[in-house]
Design a binder for this molecule. Structure first.
Ligand code: IMP
Length: 425
């Protein structure tokens, strides 16, 4: 059984909690794209951990894998293993495996991300973790891979060769080339044991698990509309974030995928720039941000907030082929007298029921809302749909009907216990 779970909006939909919960029933939890630009908060008793690479399923003692499609910062791997140690959890190569063909994020990637962002006329608002620069190198075949840590000579000569191509650009951007070169070369001493010890063949592990009837859960990072191809270009990340990307990034075929679940927040948020048709300025946006704790896990940046956009929602269902959806953070909507749902757009006087294909056109749409009645009650203790006020129930039903996809799970708070299973999974 192979399941995927991806964010249906712009990231930060509450995937971490869902993955943690669904992973109870999985043998392997695997990430397939991105790197430490993702972020999730994990609570271990009294300690709160902010993890960005190791999946939150670490608490469930599952086999955790980082796939070949990822860009991995070895310093972060080390840091997160150390952080987890402080909570009494010893991470071993039996628990965590990193694909031999995954890209390595090098010091020059991070520096160039920083410098390019600062100097761009229209900055993207990246997380400055060097992710895009590492993916660029993957496409140009100038990457350091995890497997290069097994051979010091190869590692050194690849770094030298890659840097010779980047020298001019780094200097032009104002970077300290010699310093970056030394830092990059020092990685072989610093991280070769760690990276070699944890390295594995993720594709093979997945196929062996599936043949033995074990269950694999693939966890997406970022969100559908940050997909480098299908998202809101150019304000996107540099990898494919949609469910089908598990195939190339993990080395499996479409017929191996049994189910694709989407996580959708009951409203919408976005960090960084780019179109967000239902964005709310003023008091309502501020209330959603404060009530929802909408500040970046990694960067602390305030998230832009807006009403739920079901036009983007419909496209997300298509792009990912969702067979069910988990609607999260419904509790944040408690206390609004009226709630709006975007069910169409207006552009150049015309009504649209599907997003325009390009980002530039999406920038220029005006949301058309349906207004529904809100509810006052605190719903964080609700254990079933019957425990919800009628208007909250109606909200869920309306979203489900408009999307034409089953909402099987409703989340009403950050704890595992605050999860309503509406329909059998
Ligand atoms: P990058 O992934 O650091 O290159 O950033 C590209 C865009 O993706 C920026 O707008 C980031 O804010 C956004 N982004 C990257 N990772 C996340 C995430 O985990 N959640 C939400 N937005 C993200």
């Amino acid at each position: 059984m192979f399941r995927t779970i991806t964010g249906s909006q712009f990231g930060d939909e509450g995937k971490g909690k869902l993955v943690d919960w669904l992973s109870e029933d999985a043998d392997i939890v695997v990430r397939f794209q991105g790197g430490d630009n993702a972020g999730h908060t994990v609570k271990v008793e009294e300690t709160t951990l902010k993890l960005s690479l190791i999946p939150s399923a670490v608490l469930n003692d599952k086999r955790l894998l980082l796939g070949a499609g990822m860009s991995v910062n070895p310093g972060k791997v080390e840091e997160e293993i150390e952080e987890l140690k402080k909570t009494g959890r010893t991470i071993t190569p039996e628990m965590l495996g990193i694909d031999l063909n995954a890209s390595v994020i090098m010091p020059y990637h991070i520096k160039m991300d920083e410098l390019v962002e600062e100097q761009r006329e229209n900055s993207i608002g990246t997380t400055k973790r060097g992710i895009g620069n590492a993916y660029q190198d993957k496409a140009s075949r100038d990457e350091i891979r995890v497997s290069d840590f097994r051979d010091e000579e190869r590692f050194r000569s690849k770094v030298e060769e890659i840097l010779s191509k980047k020298e001019e650009r780094i200097k032009e951007l104002g970077g300290d080339f010699e310093d970056l070169k030394q830092k990059s070369l020092s990685y072989i001493q610093k991280y070769s044991d760690l990276m070699t010890e944890y390295s594995t063949d993720v594709s093979r592990e997945i196929h062996e698990a599936l043949e033995e009837g074990r269950k694999v859960l693939a966890e997406g990072a970022q969100g559908t509309f940050l997909d480098v191809l299908n998202g809101t270009h150019k304000y996107v990340t540099s990898s494919h974030t949609t469910a089908g990307a598990v195939c190339p990034y993990l080395g499996i075929g479409p017929s191996h995928v049994d189910s694709a679940a989407g996580v959708m927040k009951a409203y919408i948020t976005r960090v960084g720039k780019g179109p967000l048709p239902t964005e709310l300025g003023g008091e309502t946006g501020e209330t959603l941000r404060e009530k929802g704790g909408e500040f970046g896990t990694n960067t602390g940046r305030p998230r832009r907030c807006g009403w739920l956009d079901l036009i983007l929602g419909k496209k997300a269902v298509n792009l990912n082929g969702y067979d069910w959806i988990a609607l999260t953070k419904l509790d944040v909507l408690s206390g609004f007298e009226e709630i709006k749902i975007c069910t169409a757009y207006k552009k150049d006087g015309e009504k649209l029921v599907y997003p325009p294909a390009t980002s530039e056109d999406l920038e220029n749409v005006e949301p058309i809302y349906e207004t529904v009645e809100g509810w006052d009650e605190d719903i964080t203790d609700a254990e079933s749909m019957e425990d919800l006020p009628e208007n909250a129930r109606k909200y869920v039903e309306k979203v489900e009907k408009t999307l034409g996809t089953e909402i099987k799970v409703v989340s009403v708070g950050p704890k595992r216990s605050q999860t309503i299973i509406r329909k059998e999974l």
